[in-house]
Ligand binder design. Structure first.
Ligand code: SF4
Length: 313
């Protein structure tokens, strides 16, 4: 019987492996987790009176990012009724397909994974199932084609996921404060490696379908913070992996990075509580977020910003 010989890595895969597979494994103080929790407990304590157990405050990386970029955008997003769209679904299908790659038997093609991902999402009662089932044949074909492109890029540029790396997809992380009144939560696309005691070893990867953006780094730092609050040992490396370019942007995790994320999180949660209770009026801060803001056709500062940006080329 012929032996299955693993394919050699191409240059792109080797580059990713070199970037992610460093042997540098830093140690972190075992007391770090308790110190971070204490800092956040102290920061959140004055906010708890404004939140009830019937309506706890769930805080995601998205809410934190919006509040820091433009408070009015956060308010608009919170009050706007959510609706599924092809761009949202495209990212979701690509992520799901990569998730399935970890457990799929045999040697699946990108198309196998994309079709399996769509089939699973279509059966989702509370997610995008109804939207997916309602797509026309043409829309569905276009969705498959675009997701297939991204998954194929991932498989071509990312080294094959080895079992001993302990790949975990869609890992949920959560940290609760004030008996659950405030909950920081997130879902990590892909994690590789593991800690040994207080020696970091995990690589946290966020799969991205658009262009690189500063907030992607903050999103990953937020995940590193929650993961540290959960396990006590931070990941060693944060990676935004851009599916269209097939390239990773990496950042080493340090104590300072975690403290900075804790401060940024506490500040955002404070503003969110004040906005939700009507204690403050939302500020409008034009910037990159205006491009996808639901108020972009009626918000004066946003209109001016977008006009000036388009004139500047
Ligand atoms: S258009 Fe821009 S400035 Fe106006 S609310 Fe939206 S993000 Fe803020």
């Amino acid at each position: 019987m012929s032996e299955i010989v693993p394919s050699p890595l191409n240059a792109a895969q080797q580059q990713v492996l070199d970037q992610l597979g460093s042997t540098d494994r830093p140690y972190f103080e075992p007391s770090l987790r308790a110190q971070l929790r204490h800092e956040l407990d102290q920061a959140f304590e004055p906010m708890l009176a404004a939140i009830t157990s019937d309506d706890p405050l769930f805080v995601s990386k998205r809410a934190i990012g919006m509040v820091h970029s433009c408070e009015q955008l956060y308010v608009a997003d919170r009050t706007e009724e959510f609706s599924w769209s092809v761009p949202i679904i495209r990212g979701m299908v690509s992520h799901k397909a990569v998730e399935l790659l970890v457990g799929y038997r045999g040697n699946p093609t990108p198309l196998d994974l994309v079709e399996a991902a769509i089939a699973r999402l279509e059966n989702d009662m509370y997610g995008p199932g109804e939207f997916l089932r309602g797509l026309s044949e043409g829309e569905r074909a276009e969705l498959i084609s675009m997701a297939n492109d991204r998954v194929a890029t991932f498989m071509e540029t990312f080294p094959p996921l080895e079992r001993q790396w302990r790949p975990v997809t869609e890992s949920k992380v959560r940290a609760e404060f004030g008996n659950g009144l405030i909950q920081l939560s997130g879902k990590i696309d892909l994690q590789l490696g593991f800690a040994r005691g207080n020696q970091a070893g995990k690589v946290t990867i966020d799969l991205k379908t658009g262009r690189s953006h500063r907030t992607h780094i903050d999103d990953l730092r937020f995940y590193a913070l929650i993961d540290t609050l959960k396990t006590g040992t931070p990941p060693r490396l944060l990676v935004s992996y851009y599916l269209e370019q097939g390239t990773p942007h990496t950042e080493l995790v340090t104590e300072e990075l975690l403290w900075s994320s804790a401060r940024r999180t506490a500040e955002a949660v404070g503003r969110i509580v004040e906005l939700n209770t009507g204690e403050i009026t939302a500020e409008r801060t034009p910037g990159g977020s205006c491009t996808f803001c639901p108020l972009r056709d009626e918000c004066e500062p946003g209109i001016v910003y977008l006009q000036e940006r388009s004139q500047a080329g």
